[in-house]
Design a protein. Structure first.
Length: 201
């Protein structure tokens, strides 16, 4: 007689499945992953994943949620940095890069793959909203302290694009080394800070 699974058993399997699916989605893209492929890499029967997830989309939503939650935890820790808005923003920039380099599968899933409809997965939407909020608050602080001027949401997208490009190139093996990545980011961020300074009246 099969044993009754506890909530802990279910959570443990879902975590293992999400870790395995993260690698698959990052390597193969969403179209290249099937429930059968996930079962194969986990060494389980093809039907077992269906006991825990409705379909591939639900697994993808769980994987996206997991990735954004891990990202938020990493950046929130840096946000506890005591100092000026500029110092806190720098600490979060370093946390962003450390996360991307330490967890490239999560990074690709967050920013390079199509996601399920957030309206169908409230937990995924909440994790994505927390990520946007933790990054946006840096721009709110920089604007409030007069370091830069502009609409914070737009500025947040500008700064993010300026970081995402070099980080993605590094993860794709298109930059020579991490030192080159950091040097590019230093120049990009310094240029943005200078260019967005409030105009003197």
């Amino acid at each position: 007689m099969p044993r009754t699974l506890s909530q802990e058993d279910i959570s443990e399997f879902r975590d293992q499945a999400c870790a395995a699916a993260s690698r698959l989605f990052a390597q193969r893209g969403t179209d290249g992953v099937t429930m059968r492929a996930l079962a194969e890499v986990m060494g389980i029967s093809p039907m077992k994943p269906y006991h825990y997830f409705r379909d591939k989309e639900e697994i993808l939503a769980a994987v996206v949620t997991r990735a954004f939650s891990r990202f938020v935890a990493a950046v929130e820790e840096a946000d506890q940095h005591v100092g000026s808005a500029r110092e806190r923003a720098l600490a979060k920039r370093h946390a962003y890069v450390r996360f991307a380099l330490a967890e490239p599968d999560c990074y690709r899933i967050m920013f390079e793959l199509p996601h399920p409809d957030p309206a169908a997965y409230p937990e995924m939407q909440a994790a994505m909203d927390r990520a946007r909020a933790i990054m946006r608050c840096s721009l709110n602080a920089l604007v409030a302290e007069g370091v830069v001027q502009g609409e914070p949401d737009m500025l947040g997208n500008v700064f993010w694009c300026s970081m995402h490009g070099p980080v993605s190139l590094y993860l794709a093996g298109k930059l020579d080394n991490e030192e080159q990545l950091q040097a590019i980011l230093d120049v990009a961020m310094r240029g943005l800070m200078l260019g967005l300074r409030p105009s003197e009246t």
